[in-house]
Design a protein around this ligand. Structure first.
Ligand code: ARG
Length: 654
């Protein structure tokens, strides 16, 4: 059972006697941060007092009077200015946890009203190497899919891959001009990736050369503005200071762009062969766009090449998904919607939502800095057009209650506009949410890149994480008091689970909207907030059973009962009961870090002191021993289930 939800519903009944809609107040019923103040705390009397102009303590006392919660809690206490502190009755705690122990779902009820969710996640642009940015969408999306499903919702995981974009123009161009047939026969993917990188490099070379003078001019202009604003800011005016900071950060951005552009140009110029290619292919940028346009127009030859390339591209991303243990229900990429785009544009026009403007077809929106363009002057469709077709298809096919887009924060404006258009188009009954996330940063605080300046490839990242995990696992095994216990093969297998788990957890543990700094050391720190720490905690519990030669099932068969006598045992029991709460809270805002925080707290703040202070196998008597074993087993089960919902595995020994 979800205790918090239960307590809140009891409060809701009482609060309804004070306000028409208690839903805003109900959030103020929470778990207590400190056991001193009980298990839960209601801070509703203060805002009510203000609203009703009455002393909050009086209101608190009155609420306590009216509250029907006797069966669950001890007599509530009113503290301080009007806090209501609640402590779950010990007998009730034992009953509830006993139910939890006997429940496959560990006390997490299925939702009463299941919804249908489409989760749009991962969505790499195929034929380009996948990079670290894609891990966030993949890992966050996967955790949401698993958790929604566990709670009983219907979920369609949809990988909306970019399989129709300019990168294919690049590969087609590359294939026609630079193909190494032998290499292609050996490994098509590798050769295609090489072609992509080569053509992309040439395109960027010319684009950067064009951009550099412009950037320099913009920088000079900003510097001028900044000098002028210096005097005003020095006068201490807050607004002026703020404006100045904005100018400074804009200047920094431009300087970064300039540096990057200059590096790109220099890299080609420094390589005689590349420089020669760049000279020969001076109009590569236009040519690539032409190839893409021909593909989109249904040109037979380009389509044939596209069909030839796709299977290898798909196999390539599939390899990464297999390694990450991620499965999609459908993979309907941009190409799938291509044929539907003319009709989407026609329909939006017919409804008067889209209008021609300067030859392009646009949708104008109130409060939006720019219109959404759905067809360019030259007839080309855009990313937004495809996304509109996708919404229509999803609504028709699955009639979802919600569509979640797990996509990085730089696309916020796109999704704001997309959702606004969808509403006007008549899709008013569906929740549309951009589950946005921040950037993965390197130790230098800039977007994570390798030394050569390439964004880090995803596979290289996985390999490195596993390699380092292997070292951690080996060192820990070597340090065991009775000597190492794991075979080489076991170490390999554990390293894969630990390495991949560490990578996923490091991503999930951060509030998704923040940027975070990527660090192998932190992610594999077996003493800190990491998957590794939780996996060790799990294995430690399992080793207690191994040492005691006890099968967990035997405990249940024998009907072992719980004794919660010390604060450590009681604290652990309470935290175990809160699993359902954590899941609900995680989904309220689609934030997996709520679950990682819960699991870390379970292991670190509750299990660890319990294990330090309450002897298990050496407990004073068999009843106490069995009770403690039960708490251990429940901890392991919740850890395992919780990690599984995050897409992270455990191992029985490590
Ligand atoms: N392929 C896009 C990218 O890499 C992400 C697509 C997200 N999903 C969507 N329906 N727009 O930027």
């Amino acid at each position: 059972m979800n205790l918090l939800a239960e307590i809140r519903s009891r409060f809701a009944d009482v609060l309804a006697q004070y306000v028409e809609d208690p839903s805003g107040l109900i959030d103020l019923v929470r778990r207590s941060q400190d056991a001193k103040f009980g298990d839960y705390q209601a801070n509703v009397a203060m805002p009510l007092g203000k609203r009703l102009s009455r002393p909050p303590r009086d209101i608190a006392a009155e609420i306590v009077e009216k509250l029907e919660i006797d069966d669950l809690c001890e007599q509530p206490e009113v503290a301080g200015p009007g806090f209501i502190n609640l402590r779950i009755r010990d007998a009730r705690l034992v009953d509830l946890l006993t139910d939890t122990a006997g429940d496959q779902r560990l006390g997490v009820p299925r939702v009463e009203a299941p919804r249908t969710y489409v989760v749009d996640y991962s969505a790499p642009n195929v034929a380009k190497p996948m990079h670290v940015g894609h891990i966030r969408s993949t890992v966050i999306g996967d955790a949401l899919v698993r958790t929604l499903r566990f709670l009983g919702h219907q979920v369609i995981g949809d990988n909306h891959i970019g399989d129709w974009g300019t990168q294919f123009g690049m590969i087609i161009y590359g294939y026609r001009h630079f193909l190494d047939e032998e290499a292609y026969a050996k490994s098509p993917v590798r050769e295609l990736a090489r072609l992509y990188r080569l053509v992309n490099q040439l395109v960027e070379y010319h684009a950067c050369r064009e951009k550099i003078p412009e950037l320099k001019q913009q920088i000079a202009q900003l510097q001028g503005e900044l000098e002028q604003s210096g005097a005003e800011a020095a006068s201490g005016d807050k607004k002026a200071k703020k404006a100045r900071r904005r100018l400074e950060s804009r200047l920094q951005e431009l300087r970064d762009q300039l540096r990057e552009a200059e590096q790109k140009v220099a890299a080609v110029d420094a390589d005689p062969m590349l420089a020669e290619l760049a000279r020969q292919h001076a109009d590569v940028g236009e040519a690539v766009l032409r190839e893409t346009a021909r593909l989109h127009a249904g040109d037979e030859e380009n389509l044939k090449l596209w069909r030839q390339f796709m299977p290898a591209c798909l196999r390539e991303i599939e390899r990464v998904y297999e390694r990450l243990g991620v499965k999609f229900d459908v993979t309907l990429g941009e190409s799938f919607y291509h044929d539907q785009l003319p009709d989407v544009v026609a329909d939006l026009k017919a409804r008067g939502l889209a209008v021609e403007s300067d030859g392009a077809v646009c949708i104008f929106l109130e409060n939006s800095p720019a219109p959404m363009i759905i067809q360019k002057k030259d007839g080309a469709y855009l990313y937004a057009t495809t996304d509109l077709a996708t919404i229509r298809y999803r609504m028709k096919t699955w009639s979802p209650d919600a569509i979640l887009y797990v996509v990085d924060h730089r696309q916020s404006l796109h999704f704001e506009q997309l959702f606004a258009v969808a509403r006007k188009w008549g899709y008013t009954d569906v929740e549309l949410t951009h589950v946005s996330f921040g950037t993965v940063l390197g130790e230098d605080g800039r977007p994570f890149k390798t030394r050569s300046g390439d964004t880090v490839g995803l596979e290289g990242l996985l390999d490195e994480a596993v390699r380092r995990a292997r070292r951690v696992v080996a060192a820990n095994d070597d340090a065991k008091p009775g000597g190492p216990e794991l075979s080489e093969a076991e170490r390999d297998q554990i390293a894969e689970v630990v390495g991949i788990g560490a990578l996923k957890y490091a991503d999930l543990m951060h509030n998704r909207t923040s940027d975070y700094v990527f660090s192998y050391e932190k992610m594999l720190n077996d003493r800190g907030d990491s998957a590794t720490y939780l996996q060790y905690a799990y294995a430690r519990v399992r080793s207690i059973f191994a040492r005691g030669n006890v099968r967990p099932e035997a405990l249940y068969e024998a009907g072992a009962s719980l004794l919660l006598e010390t604060p450590e045992e009681r604290g652990l029991a309470m935290q175990l009961l809160r699993f359902a709460e954590a899941l609900e809270q995680m989904l309220a805002d689609y934030r997996p870090n709520v679950l990682t925080a819960y699991l870390f707290e379970l292991a670190d703040r509750y299990f660890s002191p319990f294990y330090d202070r309450c002897p298990v196998l050496k407990a004073e008597n068999p009843r106490l021993r069995d009770s403690r074993l039960l708490l251990c087993d429940l901890t392991a089960r919740v850890l395992k289930q919780g990690l599984a919902l995050l897409g992270i595995q455990v191992v029985e020994k490590m």
